[in-house]
Structures are given as C-alpha cells and as structure tokens.
Design a protein around this ligand. Structure first.
Ligand SMILES: Cc1cc2nc3c(=O)[nH]c(=O)nc-3n(C[C@H](O)[C@H](O)[C@H](O)COP(=O)(O)OP(=O)(O)OC[C@H]3O[C@@H](n4cnc5c(N)ncnc54)[C@H](O)[C@@H]3O)c2cc1C
Length: 508
C-alpha cells in the first residue's frame, strides 16, 4: 500500500485527504488528490451532526478555527414544523432526557408515571430543547451524569469553506493536489481492478488504492467498476432540491435548523454567520421546479443573496462502497436526503470504516466484505431513521403525503418500531449514527407509545420518581435560563475582535 489517489475536491475528497494523511503519517504512503476546477463541487450542505467534532479533532482542526473559518454557528438539533400534522412542532435534540432511576431508563419511568395519571411531556426533560426554545446556547457541563451535561451539539457551516480548511491541513501534511479533468480509467486485464487514471493533460496516475469522491459522477465506483446503485426512492421519493441563500438577520440567532414539512417535501432554514441557508427538497412527481422555487422564495426570512441552485438526486446507495481497490465516499457512494444533515457524517463514518479495515499488506476479500457490511448498516440505519419521519406523520393533505400511508417499510425499520411499540425497547444498534434517544424523540413526537414499559419499573419507588420529575424539569429550565443567548455567545467568542485575522484561535 504505497500510494493512494483520491478523486474529487469537494467536502468528501478533502475530508478523505486530511484524514488519510493523518492516519498514514508514519507509513510514508503517497497521497494525491485530483479534482477539476472546471467541474466544480455541489456547493450545498450546511448542517451536521455531533460526530463532526470527533472528525475535526482527529485531523487537528480546533473548534475555534473551524467556526471562524467556515462562518459556523452552533446547532443543538432540528425543529420539525408541520411534520406530525399542520401546526405541530417538535424538537430533535442531540441528547438524552432526564435521568435513569435505579438504573431503569428515564422513558420507562416517565411512561409509568403517565400510566399513574401524570401528564408529562418528554421534551421538558431535555436541556438542549429548553435552550433552543429561548435561542440560548452553552456547551455541556463536564459532568455527563447531570441532565445539564448529557447532550451533544453540532454546527451549521459553509461546507465550501470547510473543504478549504481541510485542504490546507491535507496539503501541509504532504498531500499532492492536481487540478485536471480525468478522461479515462484503465483497469488491470487480469482482474479488472483499477490500474491508473488518465488525465486530460495526457498524464497517467497509478495507485494501489483509489478513493472515489467524484460526486454524483461516480467516476470510478459507478462508471468504471459498474457497482450497482440500490434505489431507495420507493421509500424516499424526494428527488430534487432548490437552494437559495438569504441575508443574515439581526437579533435572534437560532441554535438549530428548521425543517418544515411542505406540500410535496420539506424546506430547510439554516442560520450561518454570514447568511441563512434555505432550500426546498421535493418530489418532482408532485411539484415542478418553477412552483417549488416560487414556494421557497415566498417563504424566505430575508432578501435572497444568490440565485436559486437546482439539484437532482436519487435516494440510494452503492451495493458496496468498497469494490476491488476502490472506496467510494460522499455523493459517489450514495445519497440520503439532508433531513437529518447526515451526508458529511456518512463521509466521516466511511473513513472510520476504511481505517478500521485498512489492509496492512494486501487486500483481503474478507476484510473488504466486513467493511461493506458495516458501511451498509451505517447507511441503512440512517435511511430507516429518515423514512420514519414520513411514515409516522399523520399528514394526509396532499398526494405526496398520502403515498406514505400504505407504504411497506424495510424489515429493519419494522423490527425497530415493533420492539419499541411492544415494550419501549431502545437498545443501540450496530453502526447507528443516531443514538437511542434520537429514536425515542421520533417515537414520542409522532405519538407512538409502547404497549407496556420495561418490567423493572414495577420494582422502583414510583412515589420518589414522581416527586423527582418536577425537580428535574425545574433544574433544566433554570440551567437553560442561565445559558447566554446564542447570538451573545457567538459575539463574545467569535467576533472579528475576539479573534484577530490570521491568528490561530487557540493562540488568541
Ligand atoms: C440539496 C442538498 C443539501 C445537502 N445538505 C447537506 C447538509 O445539510 N449536511 C450534509 O452533511 N450534507 C449535505 N448535503 C450533501 C453534501 O453537500 C455532500 O455530501 C458533500 O458536499 C460531499 O460532496 P462530494 O464531495 O461527494 O461531491 P462534490 O461536492 O460534487 O465534489 C465532487 C468533486 O469531484 C470532482 N470531479 C468530478 N468529476 C471529475 C472528473 N471527471 N475529473 C476530475 N475531477 C472530477 C469535482 O471537481 C469535485 O471536486 C446536501 C446535498 C444536497 C444535494
């Protein structure tokens, strides 16, 4: 394993370059990244999940540098408007609820208290929800057993600027960058594995391992190796998006994304430092591009500062993300609509998978198969989580929403729903980006309740639980009120004065 070629200079390509440069720093592997400025990148993607913190730490990008360099803001979760029914709203926080009692999970205790007649709202037991309701933000308390400590957070950011930050890290670690269009892929006659890439300038680029980050082009994994694409549009019918940025607004800075269910899909609103990202993800069978654009423009929170950007996609994944000596990441490997901001996360999870199964000497088909099993689970778990948002909705007002009423679910999702409905079972699954509490949020928000709780609730002192519940709720409300407004937090820590230009934020 002496050389790697990464194809693509979008978020996926530069994530791979920065990560593999760190991973292989002691092995002397030569890493080259080829991209074409003439082709460009997708240029949307502004929200993340907490795992990005682990990735940034691994590649050596501090939170301060990341936030100021990518015009970032903090994200406690997503507010889902009009999803359960028209006029409804719930919040998906990155964090748990309440505290376990005598080692029995909080939601079982809450359900038992409900059975005993208490009217309780799970959301009242989450600090990120309480902070989000008043546009406040603070980082978790270091004591993660406290209800003020048990939550995570992510970011909103400009993915183009993020890619530039990763490019600087990768290049300073020795990654070579070539700007040229790839016009051919030559394969070994013996086994069909990729031998070299042919560039428009006539150069030939050979390597042991190729990482395909060529976006929807899927130049290597799709076009050259013909790895089939599994189509998931029968569950996730949205196949288009229109995105347009608008001017930043003064005043409140929400520390969350808003995802609003619309007639033929849903819209996003993402507050960055320098703009608000807006988009409408829709099904082209139910609305055309012109009407979707009009709908989006009519609902902007501030004047547009760019032209509408139209994107097409098909929900699905490659049958194997690792085929022969090629690993596909990002849009080349598959796409799940950005309802839970998971694409860049999947790039990072794909890189973790590649590192865990990276060959020491030669490629072993068993290693490749194991990596493919894990990454398939990563993608299918996210797919199932997204399908749940549509399937569990009671909306019935348009043909788009009615199609989900009779939809048959993937078995893996039916199994999960069944185990929750039977007894509130929420154990974490293998390779799941979303923790049990995220699934709990969805089940609760959409009114799916277990037929019975874990039988251990029969052994605990429910009088003590019922006395403690109002205290936890009050502690969370007090904790949230003490947090600064998100806008103040940003101004205090990330204003131009707080961080002089060209100076590392760690030094500042
Ligand atoms: C509507 C929409 C909203 C999204 N929102 C989010 C979000 O909120 N959060 C999130 O995490 N993700 C989001 N994503 C996904 C995110 O934008 C992408 O996953 C991410 O940017 C990675 O893209 P990429 O690097 O795979 O592909 P691209 O950005 O398309 O990059 C492809 C690269 O390949 C190169 N290339 C292609 N063909 C050739 C060739 N022949 N020769 C040389 N080079 C070539 C190009 O030059 C380019 O550098 C969203 C995506 C869409 C469509």
């Amino acid at each position: 394993m002496r050389s790697i070629v990464i194809v693509g200079g979008g978020t996926a390509g530069w994530s791979a370059a920065a990560c593999l440069a760190r991973f292989l720093a002691k092995r002397g592997t030569a890493i080259t990244l080829v991209k074409s400025s003439a082709i460009g990148t997708v240029g949307v993607g502004e929200a993340s999940v907490p795992n990005i913190q682990n990735f940034n730490r691994y590649v050596g990008l501090s939170e301060r540098d990341f936030i100021s360099g990518a015009n970032g803001t903090f994200k406690l979760g997503i507010r889902f408007d009009d999803w359960v029914r028209h006029g409804s709203s719930f919040f998906h926080p990155f964090g748990g609820y309440g505290l376990p009692f005598e080692e029995v999970e909080f939601h079982h205790c809450l359900n038992r208290a409900r059975e005993l007649g208490d009217r309780l709202d799970l959301a009242d037991y989450s600090l990120p929800v309480a902070m989000a309701r008043s546009a406040r933000f603070s980082q978790p308390s270091p004591d993660n057993r406290s209800p003020l400590g048990d939550f995570g957070y992510a970011y909103h950011f400009d993915a183009g600027l993020y890619a530039q930050q990763l490019a600087r890290i990768a290049k300073s670690a020795g990654v070579r960058e070539i700007d040229a269009r790839i016009c051919g892929v030559s394969r070994r006659p013996s086994d069909g594995w990729i031998e070299a890439l042919e560039l428009e300038n006539g150069a030939r680029l050979a390597a042991d391992l190729f990482v395909d980050c060529s976006g929807f082009n899927a130049l290597l994994i799709g076009k050259a190796l013909e790895t089939p694409y599994e189509d998931w549009s029968r569950w996730l019918p949205c196949d288009r998006a229109v995105a347009v940025p608008s001017a930043p607004t003064t005043g409140e800075l929400p520390p969350y994304t808003v995802a609003r269910a619309l007639e033929a899909g849903w819209s996003w609103r993402i507050p960055l430092q320098h703009r608000i990202g807006n988009g409408y993800v829709y099904s082209s069978r139910h609305i055309d591009a012109e009407a979707a654009t009009e709908r989006l423009l009519a609902s902007l929170p501030s004047p547009p500062v760019g032209e509408p950007n139209h994107l097409r996609f098909q929900a699905g994944m490659r049958a194997s993300f690792w085929t022969a000596n090629c690993v596909a990441l990002g849009l080349a490997g598959g796409f799940i609509e950005p309802l839970e901001s998971t694409s860049i996360n999947l790039v990072h999870r794909g890189l973790s998978t590649l590192m865990d199964f990276y060959p020491q000497h030669a490629f072993d088909p068993r290693q490749i198969a194991a990596a493919n099993r894990r990454f398939r689970a990563e993608q299918e778990n996210i797919r199932d989580f997204i399908i749940l948002h549509y399937w569990a909705s009671s909306r019935n007002d348009t043909a788009f929403w009615r199609q989900f009423r009779d939809m048959s679910l993937p078995q893996s999702l039916s199994d999960r729903i069944d185990s929750y409905l039977a007894c509130g079972y929420l154990e974490p699954w293998f390779a799941d980006s979303f923790k049990a509490e995220s699934w709990l949020t969805m089940f609760e928000a959409f009114g799916l309740r277990p037929a019975q709780s874990d039988s251990r609730v029969l052994d605990i002192d429910m009088d003590a639980v019922r006395r403690a519940l109002p205290q936890i709720k009050a502690a969370i409300a007090t904790g949230a009120a003490q947090a600064p407004l998100h806008a103040e937090f940003m101004a205090r820590n990330f204003s131009r004065e707080a961080v002089p230009p060209n100076k590392s934020l760690q030094e500042a």
